[in-house]
Ligand binder design. Structure first.
Ligand code: AMP
Ligand code: MG
Length: 444
């Protein structure tokens, strides 16, 4: 990161950063978090940092894939509806049952799905291939409660022959002991978590979810649910950012709005550093008299130390021109100071904070998917020269078209709420005509 604690006076402050330069600067400064051991469900969505090998074969023993009878194949060879094989039922084997009876010639054991194949038996005949048995525990009444060996008895008629291993799931047919279950770098979704649990892993080593502290600034801000007094507005940005941070994979800590007082803001941020892998603020980064974030952050923590400090810069984008970025405190915690206008704030998050969160998680795929789409507008839209503009859009996949939602005003929260994408108008384009093909970032 090229940031220093130098206030943004002088030459550097005049420089206009491109969106790509700013993003590259952010990503260069953000390192993946140190791995920790987490409980399986806490590791959901995280990147595995160890190769996980299978300790014991899965399934761990030969077991039945059907409710039915475990038989010796020779006993049922040639069996038909007309000439069934009649076998003695020596007991019941439920999933999880203990000592197994041995199936001798002329015998069989009633068996449930998932139960171990008993010694002597070579195949399972499904209950549908039989008369259901004549004993106390008839196959139609199979329940775990009737798992005791004495639960079944009598005889069963089998109407078909069975090949050896029929309806038997072999030990190790899923994975063998010593196999690689999951490679380092795998993102743990539900199926991967299922596999880890199936092979007996209680915890895994992953990069944790980043803890993102979200803080809005502005003396005009009121918390939703509170009465709105004259001249004030509800704080929507801290909710948008906390939700977006969670959506990106982070653990979000939303700190309510902080008044426009540099000392209070500085103290609040310093208090929050203990639980932050990343701090995101909103508001107070323009040039107005109450833009306290700049004032507060130029002296927070170890701002004088090399490598610390927040750089306030202007970006060649619309919305989202003013941005602050750098690191603060003894641990050089990264901080991103986003503009206060709600749309600017959200677009800035999507462009810069989301990739940073994903980089902290060690994910390879940092960006939202984007597509090319044909813009549909009634009238050509003006776009500022030299600025990359992000319009809110409604994308239609079947026709490959996108329609702007609302105007370009960065206060239009309702339009944002009805959009599903960002239309990217390149720097050099000053007018967007109907039929123009542009990049469209799809918001999840
Ligand atoms: P600022 O950059 O602080 O001057 O804010 C720019 C505009 O965004 C002003 O109209 C603010 O009232 C508005 N704004 C700032 N922060 C928030 C917020 N957390 N929620 C909603 N609007 C905000
Ligand atoms: Mg403000």
């Amino acid at each position: 990161m090229s940031s220093t604690a130098v206030p943004d006076t002088g030459e550097d402050a005049q420089r206009l950063w491109s969106v790509d330069e700013h993003l590259a600067d952010v990503l260069e400064a953000v390192r993946p978090l140190e791995p920790i051991e987490l409980q399986l469900l806490d590791a959901q969505g995280c990147v595995l940092v160890e190769d996980v090998t299978v300790p014991v074969a899965l399934p761990p023993f030969d077991n039945s894939s059907m409710d039915g009878y475990a038989v010796r194949t020779a006993d049922v060879t040639g069996a038909t509806e007309e000439f069934p094989a009649v076998l003695n039922v020596i007991g019941d084997i439920a999933a999880g049952s203990g000592p197994l009876p041995t199936v001798g010639p002329g015998e069989c054991a009633r068996i449930m799905t998932g139960a171990p194949l008993p010694p002597g038996a070579e195949a399972v005949v499904p209950v549908e291939w039989t008369d259901g048995g004549t004993g106390a525990g008839t196959a139609t009444g199979m329940t775990a409660a009737s798992a005791a060996p004495e639960g079944a008895g009598g005889e069963v008629r089998v109407y078909r022959s069975a090949q050896a291993r029929a309806h038997v799931r072999a030990r190790g047919s899923d994975v063998e002991a010593g196999d690689l279950a999951l490679a380092a770098g795998t993102v743990l979704g539900p199926p991967q978590i299922a596999l880890l649990a199936a092979i007996g892993r209680g915890t895994v080593r992953v990069r944790p979810r980043p803890r993102v502290v979200v803080l809005s600034t502005g003396s005009e801000l009121v918390q939703p649910g509170e009465p709105l007094t004259e001249g004030r507005i509800y704080d929507s940005n801290s909710f948008a950012l906390a939700a977006a941070a969670r959506d990106a994979g982070a653990l979000a800590y939303r700190v309510g709005a902080v008044a426009d007082e540099a000392d209070i803001l500085r103290a609040t941020i310093e208090d929050q550093l203990i639980r932050a892998d990343l701090v995101v603020t909103t508001g107070g980064v323009s040039v107005g008299a109450y833009d306290v974030v700049k004032e507060a952050l130029s002296s927070v923590g170890d701002a004088d130390e090399e490598g610390s400090g927040i750089d306030f810069r202007k970006l060649a984008m619309q919305p989202g021109k003013p941005q602050g970025f750098g690191s603060i405190g003894p641990d050089h915690t990264p901080l991103m100071a986003l503009p206060g206008n709600p749309v600017s704030c959200y677009v800035s998050f999507e462009l810069f904070v989301r990739p940073a969160i994903r980089a902290l998680m060690g994910l390879a795929d940092l960006h939202r998917p984007s597509v090319r789409a044909v813009v549909r507008v009634d009238q050509a839209l003006k776009s500022p020269a030299g600025r990359r503009q992000f319009l809110r859009g409604s994308y239609e996949q079947t026709s490959g078209t996108v329609t702007p939602v609302g105007g370009s005003g960065s206060h239009l929260i309702a339009a944002l709420a009805h959009a599903d994408s960002l239309i990217v108008v390149p720097e050099e384009l000053t007018s967007v005509e109907s039929g123009t093909e542009l990049e469209v970032v799809l918001l999840g």
